[in-house]
Write a protein that binds this ligand. Structure first.
Ligand SMILES: [Ca+2]
Ligand SMILES: [Ca+2]
Length: 177
């Protein structure tokens, strides 16, 4: 596991702990889904249902695979190695990546404008300078748009244990010019 991958996952753990009790639990994922759906006001009902289902699966997978003692909470020590295991968590990440990236494209042209990208990522809890740096790493076109595909790939890479120097690292640290 690369240090960068561990840092990416520690960040996502801290953000997904939406109720701030230091562990991941079912309520966190309801709070997070509500925040993201609210930011996706222009999306249709199917797209909103898909991201809710993806957040639910994310939690269900953690709860089923990790919560052996059944206390309903997941610690960062449990979370990190598990979500960085593509064999065990990859399909869940893929569904999540596809559902989230599509929310950036309510008009279905395959392109995501920067303001909506910022709104969605802010809803998850990332910091604005990091969000802009990530968007720039996806190489926006002349009209300041990135592709849905680039974002979906970026999310999947974020959970890759052996990747470093990827766009997603900018959510942890903004590179200095
Ligand atoms: Ca929590
Ligand atoms: Ca679009």
């Amino acid at each position: 596991m690369r240090t960068e991958a561990a840092q990416r996952i520690e960040l996502v753990f801290s953000l997904f702990d939406a109720n701030g009790n230091g562990v991941l639990d079912s309520e966190d994922f309801d709070l997070m889904a509500d925040r993201v759906v609210k930011a996706a006001a222009a999306s249709d009902d199917d797209a909103k249902a898909a991201i809710r289902a993806a957040f639910r699966r994310y939690w269900k997978t953690l709860a089923t695979e990790l919560d052996a003692n059944g206390d309903g909470v997941i610690s960062v020590e449990e979370f990190r190695p598990f979500v960085l295991d593509p064999e065990r968590f990859g399909p869940t990440v893929t569904e999540f990546a596809e559902a989230l990236s599509v929310l950036g494209d309510p008009d279905g042209d395959g392109l995501i404008e920067r303001p909506l990208f910022v709104d969605l990522m802010t809803a998850i809890g990332f910091e604005e300078p990091n969000i802009h740096s990530l968007f720039d790493a996806f190489e926006p076109d002349a009209e300041d748009r990135v592709t849905v595909t680039a974002w979906a790939v970026g999310i999947k890479d974020y959970y890759a244990p052996d990747k470093a120097g990827i766009p997603g690292d900018r959510l942890v640290t903004v590179p200095t010019a």
